[in-house]
Design a protein around this ligand. Structure first.
Ligand SMILES: NC(=O)c1ccc[n+]([C@@H]2O[C@H](COP(=O)([O-])OP(=O)(O)OC[C@H]3O[C@@H](n4cnc5c(N)ncnc54)[C@H](O)[C@@H]3O)[C@@H](O)[C@H]2O)c1
Length: 275
């Protein structure tokens, strides 16, 4: 019960790594705000958490909408009265070689992986930085509070066909370190968790035909089969994809009160991909 009575928002937690993290936080006592683009996946994760004896609420919406951060933070404060942990996880890929990448493709991926996390952090500031400051001024012990931003080996090393995504996932590390410096003096931490090859629809074969529909546009997800076949033990020392529970464990570790002296760090949860 490491997160007992702590309130966690996880964007994009209707599926994949975010859903695994939401269930794990809830099992350890957190009150979880489950967000996804559409109501249905968010409601499914909420139902699983409640069936498991946990506490959660669903809040559907697109993280890139300008008014989304204010709305989800207001709903969280109305329901639970506070916010301890913000996990900026929502995202997708929209790949093309740089010389063929459209402005729309570039901007959509920058918006979801960088601008939305920045706005979420700004909207959360009164309840994270501000709440910590109030506790300090009142001479109280501060609660566990942190931001977790999600990055990728593409951000750490670059990746063919992902100029937009690699740029965003590199940039999020700079944003995280800046928040670590700005909010560190009041004890609020900020860390990045960078994933390698985790088995979700983002990393399965493109030929499977998975897609996401954002702002009325269908975007094909996945990695071409012939590239997946090259991901053997020469590239990933552990020689396999990670599963969503292993990926979520990286988020849980960095959010844990046991990580109280870890801030500004980038934790690589990659099976050794890129070392
Ligand atoms: N799977 C991997 O191998 C891998 C590797 C590195 C980084 N990541 C990152 O991990 C995070 C989670 O990805 P995943 O693999 O679990 O993918 P996923 O597709 O299984 O889950 C991502 C969720 O985010 C939601 N989402 C997408 N855009 C959104 C938006 N605008 N607003 C609200 N929700 C939105 C999707 O609907 C989906 O449910 C992403 O940031 C991704 O870039 C994944």
């Amino acid at each position: 019960m490491e997160f007992k009575d702590q309130v966690v928002i996880i964007t994009g937690s209707g599926r994949g790594i975010g859903a695994a993290a939401a269930k794990s936080f809830a099992r350890q006592g957190a009150k979880v705000v489950v967000n996804d683009l559409n109501q249905e996946p968010a409601e499914q994760v909420l139902a699983q958490i409640v069936a498991d004896g946990g506490s959660a609420m669903a809040f559907a919406g697109d993280v890139t909408e300008i008014d989304f951060p204010a709305k989800i933070i207001a709903a969280t404060i109305k329901e639970y009265g506070k916010l301890n942990i913000l996990v900026n996880n929502a995202g997708y890929t929209w790949d093309a070689f740089s010389h063929k990448m459209s402005e729309e493709q570039w901007q959509a991926i920058i918006d979801v992986h960088i601008t939305a996390p920045f706005r979420m952090i700004k909207a959360a500031a009164p309840y994270m930085r501000g709440a910590a400051l109030q506790e300090i001024e009142a001479g109280k012990e501060t609660e566990n509070r942190c931001v977790i931003n999600v990055s990728s080996v593409s951000g750490l090393h670059g990746n063919m066909g992902q100029a937009n995504y690699a740029t965003a996932k590199a940039g999020i590390i700079g944003l995280t370190k800046t928040i670590a410096k700005e909010w560190g003096p009041v004890g609020v931490r900020a860390n990045t968790v960078a994933f390698g090859y985790v088995d979700t629809r983002l990393s399965r074969a493109k030929e499977d035909g998975e897609a996401i529909s954002v702002k009325g546009k269908e975007v094909a997800l996945g990695i071409p089969e012939k590239i997946l076949q090259q991901l053997d033990a020469r590239v990933i020392p552990l020689g396999r994809a990670g599963n969503v529970a292993e990926a979520a464990a990286g988020i849980i570790m960095m959010a844990s009160p046991q990580a109280s002296y870890i801030t500004g760090h980038t934790l690589e949860v990659t099976g050794g991909f890129g070392i």
